[in-house]
Design a protein around this ligand. Structure first.
Ligand code: PLP
Length: 414
């Protein structure tokens, strides 16, 4: 049976607030998602009923918190079809996951003159760590270009860059500005044929679609819990066990060791080797609850729902004068997720977002942490973006359209 998306809105208490005296519409889930009661309650229950450190205590509530934390990793492993929880390293977010790879795998494997390949549609999180590594090691950072429409990656550019035999290809699954879904399985296949290791930035895909790391074939996959109903401060680095095994930890301390002597130490098993110190325990446990919630609805159903909303929004926007939309259009809805960056001619994106706010509608405006891409899209070096999730509906999009009409009226657009 298809899920009742309208009913599940009741699970998200924040959707009932008023902003500037108007019912709140949240269209900024690409920045962070709202949280259902089950997740909020799981955090509260942890502190009320079994708050204790994990992997240490021999008393009942410590065993319970350890069990819940480990179980959440198993749920995340199942969600993305990893081999098991040993391949699920908990980190703070996607940014930390990518930095972990650049600092550990990169430190060992990248040398002077080596090539690192990323793309022109990356978030700064998948750009700056590689810039730092390239500078440190004297390596070369190359970029896959966008196609002429600036909606997709240019596959010829990918192929010619692969001829330089990069050591690593690090690519986003979904652009947080364009909404483009990259064919990461195909990119991984080509990269592997050329001897590269592949990291996929899944920050904008894992929350919205079925992800199967085995089917993609990538070596690493990074994503953030807070964009998929979990709290902030918890995210995942998936890595193939054989690669994680060869990597050195980047943080030393408690929990990540097996034995410690005065001058040396040996490392714990995966994934604990990469999790030094006390973890974000309640965040990890709540991440598992968020995964249960998402799976209860079904990732394919969420994907379909967002496609319907996106298609509806694109149709509405196409009929408004002076509105330009970036990224794939309705004819390419199969490779677009639920986010739409747009511009209104002659109006600064920050003014657009402020007027939306006065109408009770939250959207984002700016460079979206993808400056090199956004400067090529708009002279203001900024765009406005509305992004959808499972709790949005057509009425939310109608409110966004009304807010656009208000912008046009204020700026006297014809
Ligand atoms: N990668 C992409 C594509 C993103 O959209 C984001 C955040 O918006 C990130 C990485 C960074 O995520 P976080 O801030 O959770 O580390």
């Amino acid at each position: 049976m298809a899920p009742d998306f309208d009913r599940l809105r009741d699970d998200f208490p924040i959707l009932k607030i008023a902003v500037h005296g108007k019912p709140f519409v949240y269209l900024d889930s690409a920045a962070t998602s709202q949280k259902p009661n089950k997740v909020i309650d799981a955090i509260s229950e942890f502190y009320r009923a079994y708050n204790a450190n994990i992997n240490r205590g021999v008393y009942e509530i410590s065993e319970k918190s350890t069990e819940a934390y480990i179980e959440s990793k198993s749920k995340v492993a199942r969600l993305i079809n990893a081999k098991g929880m040993e391949e699920v390293v908990y980190v703070r977010n996607t940014t930390e996951a990518i930095n972990l790879v650049s600092l550990s795998w990169g430190e060992k494997n990248i040398g002077r003159g080596d090539h690192i390949l990323i793309t022109e549609m990356e978030h700064h999180s998948n750009m700056v760590p590689w810039q730092i590594l390239a500078k440190k090691k004297g390596a070369v950072l190359d970029y896959v270009a966008l196609d002429a429409d600036k909606t997709k990656l240019d596959i010829e550019s990918l192929k010619s860059n692969l001829e330089k035999k990069p050591k690593i290809v690090s690519v986003t699954h979904v652009s947080n500005v364009l909404g483009t879904v990259n064919d990461v399985a195909y990119i991984t296949k080509l990269a592997h044929e050329n001897g590269a290791v592949v990291l996929v930035d899944g920050a904008q895909s894992a929350p919205h679609m079925k992800v199967d790391v085995k089917a993609i074939g990538c070596d690493f996959f990074a994503f953030s819990g807070h964009k998929m109903l979990a709290p902030t401060g918890i995210g995942t680095l998936y890595g193939k066990a054989e690669l994680l095994d060869q990597m050195q930890p980047i943080f030393g301390g408690g929990d990540m060791i097996k034995t410690v002597e005065k001058q040396s130490a040996t490392w714990n098993d995966l994934p604990w080797k990469f999790e030094a110190g006390t973890s974000n325990i309640e965040g990890g446990i709540a991440f598992g609850v968020a995964v249960d919630y998402l799976e209860g609805i079904g990732m394919e159903n969420i994907d379909d729902h967002e496609k319907e909303l996106t298609s509806y929004a694109l149709e509405k926007l196409s009929s408004i004068n002076d509105v330009a939309v970036f990224g794939p259009g309705r004819d390419e809805i199969g490779i677009k997720t639920g986010l739409i960056s747009f511009a209104i001619k002659g109006v600064h994106p920050h003014d657009i977002a402020s007027i939306f706010d006065s109408e009770g509608v939250a959207i984002r405006a700016g460079h979206h942490c993808a400056m090199p891409l956004v400067v090529t899209l708009a002279p203001e070096k900024a765009v406005s973006r509305m992004s959808f999730y499972l709790y949005n509906n057509m009425a939310d999009i109608d409110r966004a359209v009304q807010a656009i009409e208000r912008v046009r009226k204020i700026f006297k657009r014809k």
